[in-house]
Design a protein around this ligand. Structure first.
Ligand SMILES: Nc1ncnc2c1ncn2[C@@H]1O[C@H](COP(=O)(O)OP(=O)(O)OP(=O)(O)O)[C@@H](O)[C@H]1O
Ligand SMILES: [Mg+2]
Length: 314
């Protein structure tokens, strides 16, 4: 059985595969394995926000894009560059909407935005949202550190509450402006660009929220190694997905599993078995990926690793 067999139902389009886990556990490696499998089923893109850019170790990326075999696309997103782009788009929009803002130094406000907390989450959210309409059947997301990912997944719901309030306030302003203009006998403007922008943002976040909290539209894959801290993050992630998004992970991956003989020789057999038991106890599909014996360094290493994957469905 392949890893993707554990992900069904795989409704598209697109179907998101979010690969989550502690730093260094093998998210990028597992993401490539999944993208290779999905590539034979449909148009696939592997989106990576990995700040360490481990993807470029495997692939010769021309700039930020590249291709794994059989037309599987790869996009390595540079958070800094995206923030730059988002910030200048916003500045342009604000200048156009409120020319009187020139009293405020918009450039320095935008500059501050680049270093504000939460920008990584915003970039990831935008990339997910762009992917919704990108024409791909499968979008594998090699996510940034767990905290950033989980906060990002909680954002659409939060934004919708916040946008709901903003829309309420703006609708009141627009209707008051209308009444005042009519009272004064002036032409009343009903079309309000700010309000249209808020409606547009709300419907985009609604669509994303629907996709991310649907088990058939998004598969959550949590990766850990047989060690206490990665397993702790796995536990936390399972809890978060359940409590905040109401979803369960489709697949739990234990990576860099040592062959039993070697684990015993290193005194790690009991711990490894204990973590495996825990993995089974969640009732989700799970996979074991054996340690290759050396760090994976090329696509051919990853192909070799495909033979070291075993998958179980409950
Ligand atoms: N099964 C495996 N066997 C051997 N080496 C592996 C295996 N899985 C991953 N590695 C190696 O472990 C290291 C971390 O893997 P990877 O970059 O995929 O992890 P990551 O979770 O994406 O890390 P980061 O959080 O830094 O992005 C890399 O050197 C990779 O080559
Ligand atoms: Mg990585």
């Amino acid at each position: 059985m392949d890893l993707v067999d554990a992900l069904s139902p795989l409704d598209c389009c697109p179907h998101f595969v979010m690969v989550v886990g502690k730093g260094g556990v093998g998210k990028t490696t597992v993401s490539i394995l999944l993208a290779m499998e999905l590539g034979s089923r449909g148009k696939t893109v592997l989106l990576s926000l990995d700040p360490a850019r481990h993807l470029s170790r495997y692939l010769k990326l021309a700039g930020e894009t590249g291709e794994i075999d059989r037309g599987i696309h790869v996009r390595q997103v540079s958070v800094e560059r995206e923030v730059e782009r988002i910030a200048s788009q916003y500045a342009d929009f604000l200048r156009e909407l409120m020319p009187s803002l020139s009293v405020l130094n918009l450039d320095s406000a935008v500059d501050a935005l680049k270093y504000s907390p939460g920008v990584e989450e915003e970039v990831l959210l935008r990339k997910l949202e762009e992917a919704l309409t990108s024409g791909y059947d499968y979008v594998v997301v090699d996510t940034p550190p767990t905290g950033v990912t989980l906060r990002t997944l909680a954002l659409p719901r939060l934004y919708m509450v916040w946008l709901g309030k903003l829309i309420e306030v703006r609708e009141r302003i627009v209707s008051l402006r209308y009444v005042i203009a009519r009272t004064l006998g002036r032409k009343a403007e009903v079309r309000d660009r700010a309000l249209l922008k808020l409606y547009e943002m709300r419907s985009r976040f609604e669509a994303l929220e629907r996709a991310l909290s649907s088990e058939s539209r998004t598969s959550y894959v949590i990766v850990a190694t047989p060690e206490p801290l990665p397993m702790h993050e796995l536990r936390e992630s399972v809890g978060f997905l359940k409590s905040r998004l109401g979803v369960r992970p489709k697949l739990l991956v234990l990576n860099k599993v040592l062959p039993e003989g070697l684990a015993a020789a290193l005194g790690q057999l009991d711990a490894q078995r204990g973590f495996l038991e825990e993995l089974r106890s969640y009732g989700a599909s799970y996979a074991l990926v054996e340690y290759l014996g050396r760090p994976t360094e090329s696509i051919s290493d990853i192909r070799e690793l495909r033979n070291k994957v075993r998958v179980w469905r409950p």
